[in-house]
Design a protein around this ligand. Structure first.
Ligand code: SF4
Length: 445
C-alpha cells in the first residue's frame, strides 16, 4: 500500500455543469414563462427575482441581469455553481407541471454572473456614513461575506476576520473542485473587498486577538464562523498518517492543485461532503474508493443527484457498516479499516432508529487512506462567557435578524443552523446585515 501525491488535472476535474454557450443561454432564457407568482423566486432562500434576471438575458442585458441577482445575493456567482437547484428554484419551476424540463436557472444565473466577472466585476463603492459604529464579522465564509457586503452597501465600515490563510470559507476550502474552483471563490471575495469591506486573514480568535478587543473597537459583532473541526470518531488509530478530515482534504487539493492518492481509499460518512471527498479521491487517481455509512441507502443524507453522480464515478458503497478501528503499519501509515455490520435499533420517540453494531461481524478493508466526513463539531467554547445562549450546540438567535441573546452579537450560517447550504448562509448573513444596521442606527438615533 502506498500514498503518492497526485496532480489535479484540469481535464479530469472539468466542471460538473459547464457554462452555457451564449446562444444556448438566450434560447433557454426565452423558454421561461416569466411567471407572475414566480415559485422559483419563492423557493430561493435569498429570493432572487428569477424571472426578472432571466428576462434581461433575453434582451442581452447581462450586466443588468447580474445586478438583479446581486441585489438579493452578493455571492450569486458561487451560488449559481453550488446550489442544489434541483431541490430549490428549478425544483419549483412551473415547467414540471407541464411535464417539461425546468428552466436551467442555475446555468442562466452563472451565465449572467460570469459576464459580470469577466467584465471586471465593478460596482460603485458606497460612501461611508459618518458617525456610525464599525462592525466586525468573524469568519470569512458566505454568511460573514454576505453580512459584510450588506452593511458596506448601507455605508458601514466593516472588517471581516478570517482564521485561515485564504478567505471564502467552505466555498474556497470545502466545496468540491468540480463544482466551484478556489479561484472563482476567491475572486468573489475580491469583489466584496472592492466594495470597501476589509478582509483580514490569519486572524484566529483567542490567539491573535480576543473577543474583548473586538467589543472595544466595534459597535456590533457578527459570528459567521461556521462549524468547528470534523467530529472525532473516538476509535483507535485516528491519529495515524493517512487519516484526514474531508473538508481539509478537499481544501488541500483545491488550493495546492495536488492531493494525496491511495490505491484504496475509504470515506466514512454519507453526506454531501463525504460524496465530494470520495469523488475527489477518484478523480485524483485513487484506484478503488469506498464509502462506509452506518445506516442504509434510504437514510443516506446526501442529495440524490450527488449519490447518482458518485455511482457513475464508480464509488463503492458499504451500507449498514460502521468503523471500529483504523489499523496502521509499522511506519505509522494506515493499512486498513476495521468495520462491523450494523442493524437498526428500536425507533425512539421521534420514530428515528439508531444503528447498533452487530457483534461478531467484524471485517477489514485494506486501504491506505481514510477520509472522515462525519459532520463538524460546533464552536461553543468561543462564546462561552458572552451571555450567548445555545440550542443543540448551535448559537441561538432571537429573530429573523440573527440577533443573539447578547444584543451586541449577531450570528448566521452554519454556526446557527448546524450546517446547511451556501445559499442559506448568504440569506442569513444578509438578513443579519439588515438587523445590525437597524440596531446601530437606532442606537445612534
Ligand atoms: Fe421561469 Fe420556471 Fe420561474 Fe416560471 S417558475 S418564472 S418558468 S423559471
Amino acid at each position: 500500500m502506498s500514498i503518492t501525491e497526485g496532480e489535479v488535472d484540469d481535464a479530469i476535474f472539468a466542471e460538473l455543469h459547464p457554462p452555457l454557450p451564449k446562444q444556448d443561454a438566450i434560447v433557454e432564457a426565452n423558454r421561461c414563462l416569466f411567471c407572475f407568482d414566480a415559485p422559483c423566486t419563492q423557493a430561493c432562500p435569498t429570493h432572487i427575482d428569477v424571472p426578472r434576471f432571466i428576462k434581461k438575458i433575453t434582451t442581452g442585458n447581462l450586466r443588468g441581469s447580474a445586478l438583479t441577482i446581486l441585489d438579493s445575493n452578493i455571492l450569486g456567482a458561487s451560488c449559481s455553481r453550488v446550489c442544489p437547484v434541483e431541490v430549490l428554484c428549478e425544483g419549483a419551476c412551473v415547467m414540471h407541471r407541464y411535464n417539461k424540463k425546468p428552466i436551467e436557472i442555475g446555468l442562466l444565473q452563472r451565465h449572467a454572473m460570469d459576464h459580470f466577472y469577466d467584465a471586471g466585476a465593478k460596482l460603485p463603492v458606497p460612501a461611508l456614513r459618518p458617525g456610525l459604529a464599525r462592525v466586525a464579522c468573524i469568519g470569512g465564509g458566505p454568511a460573514s461575506l454576505a453580512c459584510a457586503a450588506e452593511l458596506r452597501m448601507r455605508g458601514f465600515d466593516v472588517t471581516v476576520f478570517e482564521a485561515r490563510e485564504w478567505p471564502g470559507g467552505l466555498n474556497t476550502h470545502g466545496v468540491a473542485e468540480y463544482k466551484l474552483r478556489a479561484p472563482d471563490s476567491l475572486r468573489e471575495v475580491k469583489f466584496i473587498e472592492s466594495l470597501g469591506v476589509e478582509v483580514k486573514t490569519g486572524m484566529r480568535i483567542g490567539e491573535i486577538f480576543q473577543l474583548e478587543d473586538l467589543e472595544r473597537e466595534f459597535g456590533a459583532i457578527f459570528i459567521g464562523s461556521g462549524l468547528g473541526p470534523t467530529e472525532k470518531m473516538n476509535i483507535p488509530g485516528e491519529d495515524l498518517h493517512g487519516v484526514l478530515d474531508a473538508v481539509s482534504y478537499i481544501g488541500y487539493y483545491k488550493l495546492t492543485r495536488t492531493g494525496p492518492i491511495g490505491r484504496r481509499v475509504v470515506v466514512i460518512g454519507g453526506g454531501n461532503t463525504a460524496i465530494d471527498a470520495a469523488i475527489a479521491a477518484k478523480m485524483l487517481g485513487s484506484g478503488e474508493v469506498y464509502m462506509v455509512y452506518r445506516r442504509g441507502e434510504p437514510e443516506m443524507p446526501a442529495f440524490n443527484f450527488e449519490y447518482e453522480h458518485a455511482k457513475k464515478m464508480g464509488i463503492n458503497f458499504l451500507w449498514q457498516t460502521a468503523p471500529v478501528a483504523i489499523h496502521g503499519a509499522e511506519n505509522g501509515y494506515v493499512k486498513g479499516l476495521e468495520c462491523v455490520r450494523t442493524r437498526m435499533g428500536e425507533p425512539d420517540a421521534t420514530g428515528r432508529s439508531t444503528p447498533e453494531n452487530a457483534e461478531g461481524t467484524n471485517f477489514q478493508i485494506p486501504c491506505d487512506f481514510v477520509i472522515v466526513a462525519l459532520g463538524q463539531s460546533k464552536l461553543t467554547k468561543l462564546l462561552a462567557d458572552k451571555n450567548i445562549e445555545f440550542a443543540s450546540g448551535c448559537v441561538k438567535t432571537t429573530g429573523r435578524s440573527g440577533q443573539t441573546t447578547n444584543p451586541k452579537y449577531f450570528a448566521g450560517g452554519d454556526c446557527v443552523s448546524g450546517g446547511r447550504e451556501v445559499v442559506d448562509a448568504v440569506a442569513e448573513g444578509k438578513r443579519a446585515g439588515v438587523g445590525i444596521a437597524k440596531y446601530l442606527e437606532n442606537r445612534n438615533g
